[in-house]
Design a protein around this ligand. Structure first.
Ligand SMILES: C[S@@+](CC[C@H](N)C(=O)[O-])C[C@H]1O[C@@H](n2cnc3c(N)ncnc32)[C@H](O)[C@@H]1O
Length: 341
């Protein structure tokens, strides 16, 4: 691996993913603090990254297969169609292929197979807050690409970025797929991209997936699937609080509601209390009260215009190499390069 120094990341963080099942006390403590902050706030909210525990990651795997959730098919089509051009542009030198919020690796493997064919030398470093996601990623890729070496890091994006900033001998190619960027509020997206720019070297690449603005009915269908999996996915936040923080949320008393806010250009997801109620969370030593119809904001999924994307790249120090669209222009994977000189 092209490493300057790895002092900021403990050895335990790098997992031999198939052989270990390590708890992450730092992440668990942060979960408790964020739940306390979010449920004490008015209006109430919970960060969507906590949906992705074992159960949440499995549910997201099911969402990816839903016909209404067009995002996965669109991005798969983009990568299948343009993999040659993407890999040719990135080059054949030694690269660190870093995937932030990697998920199950279904789409990553399209690029990897092309890289292997082109004999590109790479080190693969998926970074994800979810241990389960990384385990699935690893199993999935090892089954398809025998002998592949994966260095998974269970961490939040920012710790991953800190690690990245210590790599300076290889070209870094960062994948940020699946419209993960859409979960950031706009000011957070800027902070994320400028931190990524800081962590990278001149000439490094970013392949970033954006869900584009489109007919609102299509957006609403994608986040209100007929099987109710998206509802279970969001409700998993409450189940996780029950499991890990000894909460007593009654899941039947909360209903999922996903709507499109045309002013901000985002799908906003909520869990709505069906009645006046109190919820005790023992590990926080707190009781939280809910009014009838009070909501918890659980996720934002921002949709973009190409103009927004170009502005975002430019103001954060990236040069756009090319936009790769699917045939319906629903989604774009945009290839950017870090410009520091
Ligand atoms: C919407 S899924 C997309 C997965 C994958 N990129 C894809 O395109 O299929 C988001 C992934 O990012 C991870 N994730 C969400 N927030 C994160 C954070 N703050 N830090 C690290 N990983 C995060 C989740 O565990 C999940 O695997």
């Amino acid at each position: 691996m092209c490493s300057k120094n790895n002092q900021n990341i403990s050895q335990l963080d790098f997992l031999d993913l198939l052989n270990q099942n390590i708890q992450h006390p730092e992440l668990q403590q942060k979960f408790a603090i964020d739940v306390l902050i979010g449920l004490s706030h008015s209006p109430k909210w919970l960060p969507c990254k906590y949906i992705y525990d074992e159960q949440g990651s499995h549910l997201f795997g099911q969402i990816m297969k839903l016909p209404e959730y067009y995002l996965t098919n669109c991005e798969t089509e983009i990568l299948e169609t343009h993999k040659r051009k993407i890999i040719d542009t990135i080059g054949r030198q030694k690269i660190n292929l870093v995937e932030l919020g990697a998920g199950n690796g279904e789409k990553t493997k399209i690029l990897l197979q092309e890289m292997i064919e082109k004999k590109t030398q790479f080190t693969l470093i998926p970074i994800d807050i979810s241990h389960t996601a990384l385990e699935t990623f690893s199993k999935n890729l090892k089954a398809r690409i025998p002998g592949i070496h994966i260095k998974g890091l269970v961490s939040e994006y920012f710790k991953g970025l800190k690690w990245l900033s210590n790599q300076n001998h290889c070209t870094n190619v960062v994948l940020f797929l699946g419209s993960n960027i859409g979960n950031f509020e706009p000011p957070e997206a800027d902070v994320f991209l400028s931190s990524l720019w800081n962590a990278c070297n001149d000439g490094d690449y970013l392949l970033i997936g954006f869900d584009l603005k489109k007919d609102i009915r299509l957006l609403l269908d994608a986040y209100n699937d007929s099987k109710g999996i998206t509802a279970l996915f969001n409700l998993n936040l409450l189940s996780r609080i029950n499991r890990e923080l000894d909460g007593n949320f009654n899941l039947d008393q909360f209903k999922y509601y996903g709507t499109y806010d045309s002013f901000s250009g985002a799908i906003k997801s909520y869990l709505i209390s069906q009645q006046k109620q109190s919820v005790t969370i023992d590990k926080l030593s707190r009781i939280f009260t809910f009014k009838s119809w009070e909501s918890i904001h659980t996720e934002s999924s921002y949709k973009y215009l190409i103009d927004d994307i170009e502005e975002l790249a430019q103001k954060n120090g990236f040069v756009i190499i090319e936009h790769f669209f699917d045939s319906r222009y629903y989604f774009v994977d945009s290839l950017w390069q870090v410009q520091k000189k």
